[in-house]
Design a protein around this ligand. Structure first.
Ligand code: AMP
Length: 143
């Protein structure tokens, strides 16, 4: 199963934010959309960072609530690990495990075409396992 299979089921909508927005706006955006990470896009819509709830919790713990008025660019992760649509879900799982993160943007020709979360990966892996076990049950019954 490829990344494209997941995107065709969930769509390519990605909630993004500008690097100059404050952390307070980022918190409100995460809450409004009930998501765990925001892609930070530059003026040309290229990925320049990612900001996850973990980054916000860490900086709040280190600096206190005043940091919410600061631009999120100071806090986001700049080295974003991405993937392409033709990559397998297994490869993305390995990438998430190795990097200890739960979100991977899907990029084609420098433009974002979607985002895969660990929830998407688990959901599709479970569906795959259910199909496999149903096929095995059928095979055993007809054997
Ligand atoms: P997450 O588990 O995705 O909420 O993020 C955990 C940490 O990894 C945070 O510091 C994020 O900014 C960072 N992070 C999340 N996704 C990525 C990614 N695709 N590439 C690099 N860092 C990421």
């Amino acid at each position: 199963m490829t990344v494209k299979t997941i995107l065709s089921a969930k769509g390519g909508d990605v909630i993004s934010i500008e690097p100059t927005a404050t952390l307070e706006i980022a918190v409100k955006t995460l809450a409004k959309h009930r998501i765990g990470a925001l892609l930070v896009l530059g003026p040309d819509r290229r990925v320049i960072g990612i900001l996850s709830e973990r980054d916000i919790v860490r900086v709040l713990g280190e600096q206190g609530a005043d940091v919410l008025a600061q631009p999120l660019a100071q806090v986001m992760t700049r080295n974003v690990v991405i993937c392409g649509q033709t990559e397998t879900v297994g490869t993305i799982m390995e990438r998430m495990t190795a990097g200890k993160f739960r979100h991977v943007p899907v990029v084609e020709q420098d433009q974002v075409v979607g985002i895969i979360s660990i929830g998407d990966v688990v959901k599709h892996r479970l569906q795959e396992m259910e199909k496999e076990s149903a096929a095995l049950r059928d095979y055993i019954q007809t054997a």
